[in-house]
Design a protein around this ligand. Structure first.
Ligand code: MEV
Length: 313
């Protein structure tokens, strides 16, 4: 059996994070500038069923059976074996690498799961269709996320811009006119699980004002979809700014995120907002084509740990 490798991109949430958990629409975009990779090599010298996992970035070098079942890498392998009905696969070694910052709002967990599920199923001769890959990655997301909406595994599996409503049919958004986003990292990692749980606590103690914020965010996603489909990209800027303000009201922004958002706007961005779970992680800025480089530099100058430009098309 030859070695098999699969990659999965990162993602940004353009509109609607957090509100999407409560049934509102959201828009997410894959970003291929960062990616997770899973490589499988057969290990014919080892006994059938033996699986060895290495993930140098998290200092993992262990046998599958020595790791806890809730470990997300183990869970992704187990879910794939179970769905294929294979109890004892031919022995293999799995190596996982990723350029997606962990707990940075760019979908690192879902991308690792998708890459693993694809490589394991392909190695076993039964590459799974996207719908199944996404469903299995969603099951793994639930382990380390609590109550995920499913948007991360969806956009990462399909690798296309999606308009997503929880438990509804997935809709891809045609991009009428390409646009530039600058993505910048505060360098602060905050697990999405924490911010999602905090928002839920607030919502449970006083649902009414939170429901209103979620609905307002949902309306922005609806307006943004129309703008994208009509090629009115500049109109997305003010919508992003409004979305950021509503996320501030949900208390998921942070001084570092707010600083970068302001810096991007001052450097000529049409709009900017945090992206993902918040309280750290990444922000995104919508950049006029001729200003993307300057905005990236301004963000680095304002303290971003790293920044890159992605073209949404
Ligand atoms: C995470 O990328 C987006 C959140 O809305 C959580 C989720 O949808 O599962 C914060």
């Amino acid at each position: 059996m030859p070695a098999i490798s699969s990659t999965a991109p990162g993602k940004v949430i353009l509109f609607g994070e957090h509100a999407v958990v409560y049934g509102q629409p959201a828009i997410a975009i894959p970003v291929t500038e960062v990616a997770a990779k899973a490589i499988i090599t057969p290990d014919p010298a080892a006994a059938a069923g033996s699986i060895h996992i290495t993930a140098p970035q998290i200092n993992l070098d262990a046998n599958f059976t020595d790791l806890p079942s809730i470990d997300p890498l183990v869970a992704a392998i187990r879910a794939t074996l179970d769905v294929l009905g294979i109890a004892k696969p031919p022995a293999f070694r799995l190596r996982v690498t990723s350029t997606i910052p962990v707990a940075g709002g760019l979908g690192s967990g879902a991308a690792v799961s998708v890459a693993i599920i694809r490589s394991v199923s392909a190695f076993l001769g039964h590459p799974l269709p996207d719908v199944q890959v996404s469903a299995l990655a969603f099951d793994v997301e639930k382990l380390h996320h609590g109550t995920p909406s499913g948007i991360d595994n969806t956009v990462i599996t399909y690798g296309k811009a999606v308009y997503y409503i929880k438990d509804k049919r997935i809709e891809m958004i045609p991009i009428a006119k390409s646009f530039n986003l600058v993505v910048a990292d505060t360098g602060i990692s905050t697990p999405t699980k924490e911010t999602v749980a905090d928002v839920r606590r607030h919502w449970e103690s006083d649902p009414e004002p939170y429901n209103k914020i979620f609905e307002s965010i949902g309306k922005l996603a609806i307006a943004a979809r129309a703008a994208i489909e009509q090629g009115n990209n500049e109109n997305l800027g003010p919508l992003m700014n409004e979305n950021h303000e509503l996320l501030q009201k949900l208390d998921v922004s942070s001084p570092d995120l707010d600083k970068l958002v302001l810096a991007a706007r001052e450097a000529g961005g049409w709009g900017a907002k945090l992206s993902g779970g918040g309280r750290g992680g990444n922000m995104i800025a919508l950049a006029p084509r001729d200003r993307a480089d300057e905005i990236k530099t301004a963000l680095e100058f304002a303290g971003a740990k790293s920044a890159f430009i992605t073209v949404v098309k």
